[in-house]
Design a protein around this ligand. Structure first.
Ligand code: MRU
Length: 366
C-alpha cells in the first residue's frame, strides 16, 4: 500500500542484510519506524509486543521466525523449541498456529541441510500468498459496495463502518476488511469509512492512517457511536476482519465487534466479515465456548497513548490510581448476526454449509 508515493508491504525480506524488516506498529500513527528482526527473541517480542499485529501478519511473521530458527540450528529439537515459543506469543489469532504447522509439516519432509533455504522460501510464499488472497477478498467485497453504490444518487458515498485495523498493516498487503474499500476507491466508487477508535489500543488510528495515506475519505469515531449512526441511516454496510472463524461461521475479532454486529442486526445494516481461509479453525464449531480469548495488560485500559503538545509520544492515566482495569482483547460474534463471509473464493453464508461449500477440501478433512 502507499505511504506518500512509495509502495510498502507491512513486512519484507531485506536481501542485502538477509533479515526481516517490519514497521513498528506501536509507533504508528505518530512515527514511521522500520525495524530489523534479527533473533528468535526479536521475533517473539515483535509479535508479543504488537510491533506486528493482525491475524495474517502474525502468521507470516511466525513463518519467518521458523526460517530464522532453521538458519541457526536446523535440528528437530530446535524446530520444536521455536514452534513452542512462537505459538505462546498470542493465543487468539489462529493464523499463527496455521503458519507454524505448515512450516513444521514442510520441515518434516526436508533434510536438515536444506531446511534453512526451504523454510525461508516457504515464509516468502506465505507472505506472497497472503497478498494474493487479500486482493481476491477485495475483488469479491467490491461487488457488495458496487451494488449499494448503484442504488445511491450520483456522487453520494457508500458509508462503510469498520472496527479495529483489518487493514494492510494487519496483513502483508491490502488488508482483509479494507481491501474492498481500497478496491472501491480505486474504481472511483465514492466511499466514506467510519473508523471505530477501538479502545484500548486504538487500532482505529492505524486504519485512519492507512486510509489517509491512500486518499480514502474517512471519519474517526468513538467505539460507542456506531449504533447511533446506524439508527440514523448513516451506515450502509459494516465490514470487519476476524482472528478466528469457526467451521460454522462464528467469528472472533477485536473486542467490541459483537456490539457492532448486534447494532447492525437491530438496524438491518448488512454485517460482513472478510477473511482469508487460514483464519478458519476447522477444529472448532462454537466460537463463544471454544475460542481462547487473550487477556491483555490492565495498563492498556487504565492509560492511553498519544502525542503531547511538544509532539512526543506520551502515555497518560485515565482512571483513578486504585481502579483495576479488565482487558479481554477479543469477542465472538455468533454466525446468526453475520450477513456473510467475504473470502478469497467468494462470498458465502456464515454457516457450516456455507463454509463447507466454499472450502470442501478443508471441511472434508476435519
Ligand atoms: O490485537 P490485534 O490488533 O492483533 O487484533 C487485530 C484484529 O482484531 C483484526 O481485526 C484481525 O486480526 C483481522 S486482521 C486482517
Amino acid at each position: 500500500m502507499k505511504i506518500g508515493d512509495k509502495h510498502y508491504r507491512s513486512l519484507w525480506w531485506d536481501h542485502s542484510q538477509q533479515v526481516l524488516q517490519i514497521i513498528d506498529q506501536r509507533r504508528l500513527p505518530y512515527e514511521f519506524q522500520i525495524q530489523n528482526v534479527e533473533s528468535l527473541q526479536d521475533y517473539l517480542d515483535a509479535i508479543f509486543q504488537m510491533r506486528v499485529r493482525g491475524a495474517p501478519l502474525i502468521g507470516a511473521t511466525a513463518a519467518y521466525g521458523i526460517a530464522h530458527a532453521m538458519s541457526q540450528d536446523p535440528s528437530d529439537n530446535n524446530l520444536q523449541r521455536a514452534w513452542d515459543a512462537l505459538y505462546a506469543t498470542r493465543p487468539t489469532a489462529v493464523n499463527l498456529r496455521w503458519a507454524l504447522d505448515r512450516c513444521r509439516q514442510v520441515m518434516a519432509n526436508t533434510p536438515e541441510a536444506e531446511r534453512a533455504d526451504v523454510s525461508l522460501n516457504l515464509a516468502h510464499n506465505i507472505a506472497d500468498e497472503d497478498v494474493g488472497i487479500n486482493k481476491s477478498i477485495g475483488e469479491h467485497g467490491l461487488t457488495l459496495i458496487r451494488d449499494i453504490a448503484s442504488r445511491k444518487n450520483d456522487g453520494e458515498p457508500v458509508n462503510v463502518l469498520t472496527h479495529c485495523n483489518a487493514g494492510w498493516l494487519a496483513t502483508v498487503d491490502w488488508g482483509t476488511a479494507t481491501s474492498p474499500m481500497y478496491h472501491a476507491h480505486d474504481a472511483n466508487i465514492p466511499v466514506h469509512i467510519w473508523v471505530d477508535e477501538t479502545r484500548p489500543r486504538n487500532q482505529g488510528a492505524l486504519t485512519a492512517w492507512e486510509l489517509g495515506n491512500h486518499g480514502v475519505p474517512h471519519t474517526y469515531i468513538t467505539d460507542n457511536a456506531g449504533g447511533h449512526l446506524m439508527q440514523h441511516g448513516q451506515v450502509d454496510l459494516v465490514i470487519t476482519g476476524t482472528d478466528r472463524t469457526t467451521s460454522r461461521g462464528d467469528v472472533c475479532n477485536k473486542i467490541g465487534t459483537y456490539l457492532k454486529a448486534l447494532a447492525a442486526f437491530d438496524n438491518n445494516v448488512p454485517f460482513y466479515v472478510a477473511l482469508p481461509s487460514p483464519t478458519i479453525d476447522w477444529t472448532l464449531s462454537d466460537g463463544v465456548a471454544e475460542i481462547p480469548i487473550e487477556e491483555r495488560a490492565e495498563k492498556e485500559t487504565t492509560h492511553i497513548q498519544g502525542t503531547n503538545s511538544s509532539g512526543s509520544v506520551d502515555t497518560v492515566r485515565v482512571t483513578p490510581e486504585c481502579t483495576p482495569g479488565g482487558n479481554p482483547a477479543f469477542d465472538v460474534t455468533p454466525n446468526r448476526l453475520v450477513t456473510g463471509l467475504i473470502t478469497e473464493r467468494g462470498i458465502c453464508e456464515a454457516s457450516a454449509i456455507g463454509l463447507a461449500k466454499m472450502f470442501p477440501e478443508f471441511a472434508k478433512a476435519t
